[in-house]
Write a protein that binds this ligand. Structure first.
Ligand code: ADP
Ligand code: MG
Length: 820
């Protein structure tokens, strides 16, 4: 047996570069790629062109080697944090050990010394007993190479698709207790692993217990007839939409086994290559009369030469291989099937390497790329070769500490996602408002339950207005304030009364004015400037009047009194014409809210709901949802409560969510108020969220469209397959791109049948969009569910065991036992 150090072809690692025994210099980067399922056709093309441009900058005699590692890993839950809630803990337990493919991408750039002997499979250094003495590196050449590498790096970084981080000596060679990338490759170590294994290269390539299979694309014959930057992903495509993934993604993130995908481009002297091929062509020509095969080969070479010259393409040599491994005997047979079917998607055929496998594997060793057996490469152009580069990685979590837990589409692995602050920071959005749309049963309420819970647990003040009893469970669980509107217990409120901490500033006045206008004006009746000014004056004078008469209690009644007794006179003195402000009409329309009127309780509360310190409030308006006056007025009152709360809680995140309730105010021409809310909320670290199932409601009212859609930078869509036929209208309304359309229509098309979840589409300012899983633990499910029978069961258990938390805990464990 040979000790691996003896044949190690590496001479030294210094200046963040690896120098091989032959004097080849290799530098390495860890690359961070775009997330899978997020790029458009145009992105793929631009990205592809960027790679070509970058690789073209590399000098002659250099090697571009991209090495993508995909290792089977499982999610490690964090049970340490003490302050986790019951549901958060249940989520950690649920996702603990969830398997997924971890991805790392490295890019190696190697420069060979000028006169280096080319390697071939009979001369690979893995077969040698010891390595020839070291060669020294010319510092001028080294610096020139670094210059080209720097340009290469800049092109990629500037494109915005890839970020690169140069690996340091320690990351390359390792330290006493942390393996470097060289060692990791030798022993196929997963992230964080340090095991040193035996490497067997006789009969098969075996590293420790892992049986390795090597599949190559090293022969032009095995390659697809056509290649490009992207292909269709059938699972997510529909009759109307084509879903794009990178051309090589089937060999990357989508190949579900431990594997390393090695991608090589060898840059040689282009004129020399063409000359070589020209010579080959002539030789082939002379043989062509004997064998038809030679004639075909000659034609191919001819085409190649024509393309090189005609289209100014860079001829290169290329090689691609997938090294897949498993420690499980049974799985090994399956590896070939998996790789073959992946390649079939690209229309290529894999060749399983047996005898040559060790050499090919060995030359993938960081720093040893120049020892690649060149007989295993094929002639092509950089444009074509670049199609085989893996372009994507899996979903990344937000860096921001704030966010929601979603799952990635392929495995459900938890991803922490900030859809409020980070998008603003990154310039994707300018507000935090959200617009949620999906047909009935598509999971809107379930999703919003999950979202508001996450926000609540991170300190947000939440106000929900609902008409479907969808938030009772969650409200009970977090000990929130649940208000059900009923005739016996109507909402009472007083917009004129200033509670502690309230000041009568412009904002406050503005909000009272908007409220009064909303109560006054009907559907298609806009208010005029003079009406606005008149009301504004009325308010100012009313408060001056209050200052002078401390015995008067501020409320709607006394305001109404003031208008009748004093303001009428003021208007007359100032000779305000009726057409400028019809005070008679105003008093008439608002009369029901005045003493003795039908709704006189609404605006004359003697003490305001003190909701300032309630962090979770649900207003359930089911009982009045068909009432033409109460529903809109109550909704506006609630918004007013929220707005005044918002103004007082500085530096604290707030959220108001309206489930269908916005319709009440949209219809009644109170949409101005909605617009006001959406705009104001932004200034106070707040967000307004509207949930709806009917697109028509929104299209039919331009002001609503403007107020809600145009002021919500975050668009959230649930399953739209029901609306496939009218999706164009939705697309237009929301201004979705074709890529976003394809993403939306791909939702829930290929869900894992073994798991219970739904997908959700989230677009941030049209600049960044993704589909996630909303997958939750059983405990979370029971807290969020809107199914009547399940809700009843939770309620029964809650009563029986004393609290909803205990009820859910017992019910969840019973259900789990039933299933196992
Ligand atoms: N992400 C999800 N995971 C599991 N079940 C879900 C999910 N979303 C919705 N459901 C199921 O679908 C039902 C209906 O969802 P719901 O949110 O009430 O729909 P909507 O509000 O759009 O009418 C829920 O009660 C739940 O059983
Ligand atoms: Mg609902």
């Amino acid at each position: 047996m040979t000790a691996i150090e003896k044949i190690m072809p590496i001479s030294t690692v210094e200046h963040n570069a690896i120098v091989s025994a032959q004097g080849d210099i290799t530098i390495a980067y860890e690359a961070s790629l775009p997330e899978i399922f997020t790029l458009s056709d145009r992105d793929y093309e631009a990205y592809h062109q960027t790679l070509i441009k970058a690789i073209k900058l590399l000098p002659v005699n250099s090697i571009f080697h991209k090495q993508d590692w995909f290792t089977e890993t499982s999610y490690k839950a964090n049970f340490e944090t003490e302050d986790n809630s019951f549901l958060s803990r249940s989520s950690e337990r649920f996702f603990n050990e969830r398997p997924y493919l971890d991805h790392r991408c490295y890019i190696f750039l190697t420069k060979k010394p000028k006169d280096r002997k080319l390697s071939s499979s009979v001369y690979s250094n893995i077969l040698r007993k010891s390595i020839v003495p070291q060669q020294t590196v010319n510092p001028v050449l080294f610096n020139d190479f670094l210059d080209s590498a720097g340009q290469f790096e800049r092109i990629l970084k500037d494109s915005g698709f890839i970020t690169l981080r140069r690996l340091t000596d320690e990351e390359l060679a390792g330290t006493g207790n942390r393996p470097g990338i060289i060692e990791k490759y030798c022993f196929l170590q997963k992230e964080g692993e340090k095991t040193i294994r035996d490497v067997h290269i006789k009969d098969e390539l075996r590293i420790g217990e892992a049986h390795c299979k090597l599949f190559t694309l090293s022969d032009a014959e095995d390659l697809p007839a056509l290649c490009g930057s992207r292909i269709n992903y059938d699972k997510y495509s529909t009759d109307r939409t084509k879903f794009s993934i990178g051309f090589a993604s089937p060999l990357g993130q989508l190949l579900p086994c431990n594997h390393v995908y090695n991608q090589y481009v060898f840059i040689e002297d282009a004129p020399k290559t063409l000359k070589r091929l020209e010579a080959k062509k002539l030789r082939l020509q002379s043989l062509s009369s004997y064998s038809r095969e030679n004639a075909i080969s000659r034609d191919a070479t001819n085409d190649f030469l024509n393309e090189a010259i005609g289209q100014q393409r860079l001829p290169v040599k290329a090689h691609f291989n997938v090294l897949a491994w498993s420690e499980d005997e049974a799985e090994i047979k399956d590896l070939k099937n998996k790789v073959s079917s992946a390649l079939a998607q690209m229309d290529a055929t894999p060749k399983e390497e047996t005898d040559g496998a060790p050499q090919i594997w060995w030359s993938g060793l960081p720093g040893n790329q120049a020892d690649f057996p060149m007989n295993d490469t094929f002639d092509t152009f950089l444009e074509q070769a670049s199609c085989f580069l893996n372009l994507e990685t899996n979903y990344r979590s937000s860096i921001s500490p704030f966010g929601i837990r979603f799952g990635d589409r392929l495995s459900g692995r938890p991803v922490h996602t900030d859809i409020s602050d980070e998008p603003i920071k990154l310039g994707y959005t300018t507000n935090r408002n959200k617009f949620i749309i999906g047909p009935s049963g598509s999971g809107k309420s379930f999703f919003t339950n999950h979202m508001v819970r996450s926000y609540y647990e991170q300190g947000t003040h939440v106000v929900l207005v609902d008409v479907g009893h969808s938030y009772k469970g969650l409200c009970d669980l977090v000990g929130g304030y649940y208000f059900t509107y009923s005739e016996k217990d109507p909402i009472k409120f007083n917009p004129f009364y200033l509670t502690d901490g309230d000041v009568l500033d412009t904002e406050k006045k503005e909000s009272i004015k908007t409220l009064l206008l909303a109560l006054w004006k009907k559907d298609d009746e806009p208010f005029t400037r003079s009406e606005y000014v008149a009301l504004s004056n009325a308010l100012t004078l009313y408060y001056q009047h209050l200052d002078a008469h401390s015995e008067i209690f501020p409320c709607f009644n006394s305001f109404y009194d003031y208008l009748m007794e004093h303001y009428m006179q003021v208007l007359e003195n100032g000779k305000v014409k009726e057409k400028d402000f019809d005070i008679g009409n105003f008093l008439y329309v608002l009369n029901p809210y005045y003493k003795g009127g039908e709704y006189d309780y609404l605006l004359n509360a003697t003490e305001n709901l003190d909701l300032l310190n309630e962090r979770f409030i649900v207003f359930e308006l089911d009982a009045v949802k068909d009432h033409p006056i109460l529903f809109p007025v109550v909704t506006i009152i609630i918004m007013e409560v929220f707005i005044s709360k918002m103004r007082k809680l500085k530096g604290i995140r707030k959220m108001i969510l309206l489930e269908e309730a916005w319709k009440a105010i949209a219809k009644e021409g109170m949409a101005e108020y909605l617009k006001y809310l959406f705009k104001t909320v932004r200034k106070f670290f707040g967000e307004a969220i509207v949930v709806t199932q009917e697109i028509e409601d929104i299209i039919s009212s331009p002001i609503v469209k403007q107020a809600i859609v145009n002021n919500s930078d975050c668009k959230i869509l649930l399953d739209q397959s029901k609306y496939q036929n009218k999706f164009d209208a939705i697309q237009e309304l929301l201004g979705l791109t074709d890529k976003e359309k394809a993403q939306v229509l791909s939702m829930n098309k290929a869900n894992d049948p073994k798991r219970k979840y739904k997908e959700v589409f989230i677009s941030l300012g049209g600049q960044y969009s993704k589909v996630y899983r909303t997958e939750v633990s059983l405990e979370e499910y029971l807290a969020y569910t809107t199914e009547e029978s399940e809700k009843m069961k939770v309620q029964q258990y809650s009563e029986k065991y004393g609290s909803i938390q205990k009820g859910i805990a017992v019910l969840a464990s019973e259900l789990r036992n039933q299933n196992s």
